[in-house]
Structures are given as structure tokens and as C-alpha cells.
Design a protein around this ligand. Sequence first.
Ligand code: NAD
Length: 432
Amino acid sequence: MGSCRVTVVGAGYVGLTSATCLARLGHRVVCVDNDTAKVASLCEGRVPFYEPDLDKLLREGLASERLRVTTALPEAVRDADLVLLCVPTPMGDDGGADLGAVRTVLAKMRTSLPSGCVVVTKSTVPVGTSHRIRELLRRPDVSVASNPEFLREGTAVRDFFSPDRIVIGVDDPHARDRLSELYEAIPAPRVWTDPVSAELTKYAANAMLALRVSYANVLAELCEKVGADIRDVIEAMGYDERIGPAFLRPGPGWGGSCLPKDAHELVRAAASVGVDAGMVREALAINDRQARRVVARTRRLATGSADGSLRGVRVGLLGLAFKAGTDDLRDSPALTVARLLGEDGADLTAYDPGVRAERADVVPAVVVDDPYRVAKGASVLVVLTEWPEFQHLDWGRLADLMVRPVVLDTRNHLPADDVRAAGLEWHGLGIG
Ligand code: NAD
């Protein structure tokens, strides 16, 4: 059983997952957030966002009294052995990471940290932030470490307990001992390194994933031109163990709350020290182009012409989240496509199993709670998120509801033969 006293600051996907899972491992955990409504909900055992298994772990943690949730930041760190920073680091105006929340938290807790405590950044922070944190804290009796988080939304709890690796950047033995203790029960390879290397690893890994998807999207475009089938090409590539199959599928573009901001930050950080991360810049440019390619294909399919107007044309969107298994809409490529279609005058209706309510603040479409309502009167259906349930829709029924029974499957996700057998035209990406 764990025996650390841990304070987790930020109760989002990373923070709440870390807090509840660490409590499950036996540590005594206080989770702090400055969102009072969120904290009130968490104290009642309700997680106000969708992440499998988190509700159960939260209730279990609260019941065992190994987990407490609060808004009171200075008090929450008074007895801490470790403080894990899990606050947002969104993209700032210059494309780099905005460290405003990290600074706020440091300023609030600086003088309350007990001597010997270890401040650990799990948030994705620019290379060199650990040094900066040390300067801001002005507490030589407090250690600073970097422990970037790699969990994926939708499988966050599983990823916490069985990560591919744990990366820890420390430069003093005390911090190393504390972090060894914290993760003792988790069987995973450890990479012990210095804080700068740990910070860079997170950006390096996310940019690599972005490069792979952009590469798949370029290959898909090429396949369409030369009459090849991307599904076979990537399957064949993926068997090569030097390449592997993951993150090599075409789609509407990569997105989510991490990949775009981290790719931008890597480009910015590299430029600031005179290194040209041109390949990452190119991956970003390909990603922008991809959303426009999806819109051009939609226009052609809905109107029969590359220059046809979408004004008043009904387009149904299946999927809004940036990937299946989450309700997270941050930087979703589906929303980029929706925004561009809306700017072209399309009349948009959308369905996503994880986004049941109208989100007029971010979704430029009428959100309905039934996929068949999306098809009603539509000239084309565009599949933007790879939810498994879309594979089992009654495609004959959908076809009957549409003005033109056409599907653009940007994830090559549907059973194409079944969809065609039900009377629809099925179009994927990268199929020449
Ligand atoms: P999130 O938005 O889900 O959660 C952040 C939480 O921090 C929110 O509840 C917010 O209210 C709280 N917060 C903001 N400012 C605060 C403050 N001053 N004091 C206390 N609480 C505050 O964010 P997230 O997705 O969990 O991401 C957090 C960090 O982890 C980011 O740096 C992100 O890049 C990184 N990360 C995210 C993922 C992911 O899949 N979401 C994966 C790996 C790393």
C-alpha cells in the first residue's frame, strides 16, 4: 500500500485520474481545483466530464477517506510529500504554451509548501520550465521534478495503472526517492532522466504522433490520385516492426487538447534556440489542409460540383469529439470541418454519442440526440469521429431519410460493403 501524502492541483482528465488512482494505490490524496462548481460536484461523487471508471474510483476514494477534494489551495499543500501540478497549459497567442495557471498555483502555495516537499509537473510544460519553477518558488528546501503524463482520454484510468512507461526528470536523490515510492506499485518501465529531457520527451512524443497522422493523410491524398487503397497500404506498412500500425490512419485531421498545442510549442521552442523543426511545421500545415480537403469532398458529394454552393444544403455530421470514447471537444477536427462547412452556408445537424446537449458555445451545428434525425433531409452524411456504434446503424433507414443517400466516411470506419448494400454511396479517404 502507498504511504505518500499527495496534493494534486487541477481536477481535470489528468489531475482527477491521477488523484483517484493514487488514492486507490493507498496514498493519501488531496485534489484541489479552483472551479467551485466542479469541486462541489466531485465532493458529491459526480465527475462532471466523461471518462470511463473515474466515477467509481472517485466514490471509492471519498468513501475510504484516502481522497479529499477542495478549493483551498494553500491549506491543501501544508502536509504534502509531493504536489502534482495538473493544471492546463493551453496555447498562448504566440503559439507557445501559456503557463498562467502554473504561475498562479506557484504563487498561491509558495510559502505554504513544507520543507522537503517535491513539486512535480505532470502538466505538459515547455522545456526549461522546471528551472523556471525553481526560480519562482525561491525555496531551496523544496525539490522540483518533471513527470510528464502520457495518458489518453477515454482510457485514462487503464493508462494510469498500466502505462507504456513512466518518465521522471529529477536532479536530486530526495525527489527520486519520493517519486519511486509514489509509483512503486505500478509495473512499467521507468525512464529516469533530468527535468529538461523529461519535458522535451512529452513534446517529442506528441509531435511524432502528429507527424504520423499527417503522413497518413498525405498518403491518402496520393492514393486517391494514383488509384491505390490507403487501407491496404497502411496495413502492409504496419506489419513492419520498425513502423507499426498505430497512428497511421487518415482522417479529418489530428486534434484534441494536446497534439496541436504541443506541436506548435515544439516549433516555437526549437525556433527560439535556432533549430528549424520544419517537419513539424509541415505536419501542422498538412493538418490545416486536411480539414479543407474534407470540406471540398463534402461539397462535391452534396452538390455534384467542386464549386457548388452549400448554401441551404443540409449536411449531417456523425461525430463531434476529437476521437471516440470521450466528450472532449477541445480542438476537435470535427469542429473545424463543421465551422468551415457552416461558413460555406451548409445547414448542419450533428450527432455524437458523447455530446448529447446543445453546445452552442463551441459547436456550429444543431446537436440532436438521435443519429436518424441527422440524416433527415441531408444531402450527405459526414462521419467525423470513429464511434463504434456508428458501425451498427440501420443504414437502410438512414438512406430512406436522406435527400441523396451519400456518406463521406473520413475515418474509413464503417463497414463499406454493408453501407453500400443498404443503398448508400459510401466514400472513404484515400481510396482511389
Ligand atoms: P483539464 O482542463 O481537463 O483540467 C485542468 C483543471 O485545472 C481544470 O479542472 C481547471 O479548473 C483546473 N485549474 C485551472 N487553473 C487552476 C488553478 N489556478 N488552480 C487550481 N485548479 C486550476 O486539463 P487536462 O486535460 O487534465 O490537462 C492538464 C495538463 O495535462 C495539460 O498541460 C495537458 O497538456 C496535459 N495532458 C493532458 C492529457 C489529456 O489527455 N487531457 C494527456 C497528457 C497530458
